[in-house]
Write a protein that binds this ligand. Structure first.
Ligand SMILES: [Zn+2]
Length: 510
């Protein structure tokens, strides 16, 4: 183990600093001797500990960078640096080269400076992230104020070409004609599905050269950009159909109009009218939505309808989203088959409600016990305390430092701290959720009892809502592929296998 000893006193005078260079040097030598370190270098200087630019320190850092030493020995950590931000930089540099830092009179982790270094790692990283976010926000607003769209994503909207240099759109004549035709078709009473099919039959491609889908058409004929009004601020697909919020920016010059305001408004009226004529899409309900996940990738299964009539469940993972590629190749599952299998199973349990209720009560007792013996509350309390401490760390840093800059080297550390905090937050949220669920299950017990009393006499004529209620109260979870189905919930194997038992004893729902 090759060591370099570093000693420092401040410029203001050795006495004020308390420990002379000679005292420091002797202590460090003794420290190395007991550990059998080979002392390769002894560096001493009189310089402020708040400066990073110190001649001997620079020499030391050169040694570290050129891998000449294995460890740095100081008298106490504040000899190395009095500024925790610098401390972080220095320590990271040492770590990077596998060099340890040891103090003759204290352990690094427990010293006051050591603790501050730990705090500042988290704080500096947080500050850095906030600055970065702030800068992006300001850049966007500046652009919006000058009438430009702050981002051009991908190929842009149909009907226009996106001019990156000017951050504006210009109409493409051929596409603009198609857009106008779509609006006119809507006004003439055509639905989006019909419009998509017509365009596909005529061989008119979408911007990416694919076939039209009803929802693509639907998005176009509802987008006010085509009459020359650009809203910016929509962040998620869910908001797309909603009215622009106050926080949105209206950019009049970004997108030139390709249709008149009047045509746009007539189209909106026609769309609203067709919605009135076909309310709720009663034909296309998917009662298993929210209860079923893909057996291959675990993504939720959602309902969709092919060729107008055939209902399917398909895995969300089979479609790419804005943030990821597609992750699954699962084929579509016929809705009728899946719903049938699940309902048969649930029905077979509902037929013997007493057994079911017994099972639920038993389960509830176990879970209620978990709540009432305080185990769960204790953990929640401990996590809350821990999360408060993170805040305390940040506050202390705020008070301790006025940071002029944040070095990149601390980014890793900040991410680590952030990760720990986030994982604690996730755990806390899930515990609270569990607690709520347990409380809810008690409630569900009663609701299920009512539901059974009502629907058991005629289980073959239940509404989808009845089924969904039953699934909710029974905490149903379905894992499905086109090949098979796995059903969980208060449908424990012993309940299901007990069918025959119930039959022989002749129990019925009272
Ligand atoms: Zn999947």
């Amino acid at each position: 183990m090759k060591a370099a000893i570093y000693c420092r006193v401040s410029t203001e005078g050795q006495e004020q600093d308390g420990t002379s260079l000679q005292t420091q040097l002797e202590a460090c030598r003794k420290y190395c001797e007991t550990r059998r370190y080979e002392v390769g270098y002894e560096l001493s200087e009189a310089w402020s500990g708040l400066s990073l630019e110190r001649p001997k320190l620079n020499e030391l850092r050169d040694m570290v960078r050129s891998d000449q030493i294995d460890t740095v020995v100081v008298y106490s950590l504040d000899r190395f640096s009095r500024d925790p931000v610098h401390g972080v930089i220095l320590m990271q540099e040492l770590e990077k080269h596998g060099v340890t830092l040891e103090a003759a009179t204290e352990t690094v982790d427990n010293s006051e400076v050591g603790k501050l270094v730990f705090y500042i790692k988290g704080y500096a990283a947080k500050l850095d992230a906030e600055r970065r976010r702030d800068a992006t926000g300001r850049g966007k607003q500046a652009m919006l104020k000058s009438g430009k769209l702050p981002q051009g994503t991908g190929i842009g909207i149909y009907g226009y070409q996106w001019i990156k240099e000017y951050k504006k759109r210009i109409p493409l004549e051929r596409e603009a004609r198609v857009v106008k035709r779509m609006f006119e078709m809507v006004v003439n009473g055509n639905g989006c599905f019909k419009i998509a099919r017509t365009l596909n039959e005529e061989g008119v491609p979408t911007k990416s050269g694919k076939k039209w889908e009803a929802r693509t058409v639907s998005r176009i004929v509802r987008n006010p950009a085509y009459m020359g009004i650009t809203y910016f601020g929509q962040t998620s697909g869910k908001n797309r159909e909603k009215k622009p919020q106050e926080s949105w920016y209206v950019l009049p010059d970004v997108t030139p109009a390709v249709i008149s305001k009047e045509l746009f408004e007539r189209a909106q009226a026609a769309l609203a009218k067709s919605k009135e004529l076909h309310p709720g899409k009663a034909k296309h309900e998917y009662p298993l939505t929210g209860f079923a996940v893909c057996g291959y990738c675990g993504s939720p299964l959602v309902g969709s309808c092919l060729r107008g009539d055939y209902r399917y469940y398909h895995c969300r993972g089979t479609h790419p989203t804005a943030s990821r590629q597609k992750i699954c190749d699962a084929r579509y599952i016929r809705a009728e088959w899946l719903e049938g299998v699940v309902w048969e199973k649930v029905k077979s349990v509902l037929c013997y409600p007493e057994l079911l209720m017994g099972e639920i009560s038993k389960q509830n007792e176990v879970e209620q016990a978990w709540v009432s013996d305080g185990t769960i509350d204790q953990e929640i309390k401990a996590l809350n305390r821990k999360l408060k401490q993170y805040a305390g760390q940040e506050r202390r840093l705020m008070q301790a430092f006025k940071l002029g800059f944040t070095p990149d080297v601390v980014m890793d550390e900040m991410n680590q701290t952030k990760k720990e905090k986030e994982s604690d937050q996730v755990r806390l949220a899930s515990l609270i959720q569990t607690k709520e669920n347990i409380a809810k299950m008690g409630d569900y017990e009663g609701k299920l009892k009512e539901l059974c009393a009502r629907i058991v006499p005629d289980l073959d004529n239940c509404t989808n809502q009845d089924k969904k209620d039953a699934y909710t109260y029974m905490d149903l979870s379905v894992t499905a592929t086109p090949e098979g189905v796995d059903i969980k919930g208060y449908l424990k194997p012993d309940v299901i296998q007990a069918d025959s038992y119930v039959l022989t004893t002749g129990q019925t729902w009272a």
